[in-house]
Ligand binder design. Structure first.
Ligand code: FES
Length: 316
């Protein structure tokens, strides 16, 4: 049986049996926002039911959970969790914006998962090059760019070798993920192996290139954490690249930043460390206080303490 629902101010939409309100409105070309992809895990598809509330099926368990937390009144429903039993339903979409059309309706992207994002467990990897500022100050711009490219190439190669993906670069650091094609244990293992490889390669680069030619050495700080993140092309940024975001990403970034205060070049969360099949030797563990986390966060130190800088030798 086909019913009809009036999306007030937009159009009257036919709703087939077994179709949710959201599916029907999207099929009719309404730019209906649905950030979680219609899984009952956000609130963006919600509608205000103006008439015919009784013609909608009862809220699903997902919708009830969200309504409890958000304290939505009974006549606010999640379109992706509502089926239609009869005529005379009139609804009004609550989250509306012209941009929705551009993001969700006119997108050429065929794979909805990629467009909407998908939740999955991944290993998050942040690296930052230390002591770059003094190098910039005392060297010519083209030399700086040349060295930067060498170091980034070295990082890129190690990350690619262990099946990681660089998500973003900023200043003198970058952010990569592991686990796009593997389970979380393997992802954590790969992130650690890539990090250790970079530490080793930087050491060689310092000894064979930087010290003899530039009288300077670099050190890096690496932070690794694992957790559930949203993966997809969420349309942020200038290019339509893969985005991986979520609270665990912030923690991984914080662990990287903590390498300085902990005086160790590689800091990994204890949660990630416990996933490793062959955990590297940890010189110790520490506890970090993270913003928004009530208990101190346990981390393992698997890198080396930073070198104390000697007075610079004269460069020839
Ligand atoms: S689309 Fe997320 S709850 Fe409906």
């Amino acid at each position: 049986m086909t019913c009809h629902v009036n999306f007030k101010g937009e159009k009257v939409v036919p709703v087939e049996e077994g179709q949710t309100l959201l599916q029907a409105s999207l099929a009719a070309g309404i730019p209906h926002y649905h950030a979680c992809g219609g899984k009952g895990q956000c609130t963006t598809c919600r509608v205000l039911v103006l008439e015919g509330e009784e013609q909608l099926t009862a809220p699903t368990i997902y919708e009830r959970a969200i309504k409890n937390v958000k304290k939505f009144p009974d006549n606010v429903r999640l379109a992706c969790q509502s089926f239609v039993k009869g005529e005379s339903v009139v609804v009004h979409r609550l989250i509306r914006d012209e941009t929705d059309r551009y993001i969700f309706i006119d997108s050429n992207e065929a794979n909805t998962t990629t467009v909407m994002g998908e939740r999955r467990k991944m290993a998050l990897f942040f690296i930052d090059i230390r002591n770059f500022t003094p190098f910039i100050e005392t060297n010519l711009p083209f030399d700086v760019i040349h060295i930067m490219r060498r170091i980034f190439a070295l990082c890129r190669n190690a990350i690619a070798r262990y099946d990681g993906e660089i998500i973003d670069t900023a200043g003198d650091g970058l952010y990569a993920v592991f686990g796009l094609n593997s389970k979380i244990r393997q992802a954590a293992e790969s992130a650690v192996l890539a990090g250790l490889k970079i530490l080793e390669d930087i050491k060689i680069f310092n000894n064979t290139y930087m010290r003899p030619y530039f009288n300077h050495t670099f050190e890096v700080g690496i932070g690794v954490h694992v957790g559930k993140v949203i993966v997809g092309n969420v349309g942020i940024g200038l290019s339509n690249n893969l985005t991986v975001m979520g609270y665990p990403v912030n923690i991984a970034a914080r662990l990287q930043a903590a390498t300085k205060e902990l005086d160790n070049s590689f800091v990994i969360s204890a949660i990630a460390y416990r996933l490793l099949k062959n955990p590297p030797y940890s010189v110790g563990c520490s506890y970090l206080n993270l913003k928004g986390v009530s208990n101190a966060y346990e981390v393992k130190l698997i890198g080396k303490p930073y070198e104390k800088k000697q007075a610079a030798a004269i460069q020839l």
